[in-house]
Design a protein around this ligand. Structure first.
Ligand code: DX5
Ligand code: ZN
Length: 220
């Protein structure tokens, strides 16, 4: 199993975002997780395609855009043009989930579906063959620094089983409350891609934190 660590820049210092992105990649990040919030679908407002475009030339790693916006489709091409590599969205935020997945892929990006803590796995039923990534929320979306909801572990295990049955290389990502202390549990449950915001950007030494996370993953 190859594991990927995706620091969420939601917890970065926005006054010097470019430097933060460069240093987290230098510290060993595999992806840059980019949280987009609209103050409608979630009660917070963050960053959009202009910021994605601004950080794109600074790093080579994929930019993993997590859309927490409604509607979804209008903004997808903007993120593709801004250099996003992966675009994930919540099924509740799209009227036509299959169409949105198709749109993301037509734009040349990998497509992900995000399931909130109370969102059932049945949303995956008819779209597994079109997904590149499934993101399991282990907090309710909207804010960094929340506590990991333990029920996400059972859900990760169920998603991993579905991915195995589908026989395709679909990434299983977990987002919310991931730290050095619980990243191993999330990996054992079935996650292969780990978003961590406050645990990395809130630490003094990004490299030490990412290295400690990898050491936990090596024990799995
Ligand atoms: C929450 C976001 C997360 C958030 C994670 O809505 O999707 O990506 O930044 O932050 P931590 O790791 O602090 O829970
Ligand atoms: Zn996120």
């Amino acid at each position: 199993m190859s594991y990927r660590i995706a620091p969420s820049i939601l917890s970065a210092n926005f006054a010097r975002l470019g430097e933060e992105v460069e240093s987290v990649v230098a510290a060993g990040a595999d992806l840059v997780h980019f949280d987009v919030m609209d103050n409608h679908y979630v009660p917070n407002l963050t960053i959009g395609p202009l910021v994605c475009e601004a950080i794109r030339p600074l790093v080579k790693v994929p930019i993993d855009v997590h859309l927490m916006v409604r509607p979804v489709d209008r903004i997808v091409p903007d993120f593709a043009k801004a250099g996003a590599n992966i675009i994930s969205f919540h099924p509740e935020a799209s009227d036509h989930v299959d169409r949105t997945i198709g749109l993301i892929r037509e734009q040349g990006c990998k497509a992900g579906l995000v399931l909130n803590p109370a969102t059932p796995l049945s949303h995956l039923d008819h779209v597994m063959e079109k997904l590149d990534l499934i993101l399991i929320m282990s907090v309710n979306p909207g804010f960094g620094g929340q506590q990991f909801i333990a029920g996400a572990l059972r859900k990760l295990a169920a998603v991993r089983e579905r991915v195995r049955a589908a026989g395709r290389d679909i990434w299983v990502e977990v987002d919310g409350g991931i730290k050095v202390e619980n990243i191993g549990d999330a990996a054992r449950a079935g996650a292969d891609t780990f978003v961590a915001g406050s645990a990395i950007f809130g630490s003094k030494d990004f490299k030490a934190t990412i290295t400690a996370m990898r050491a936990e993953l090596a024990k799995v």
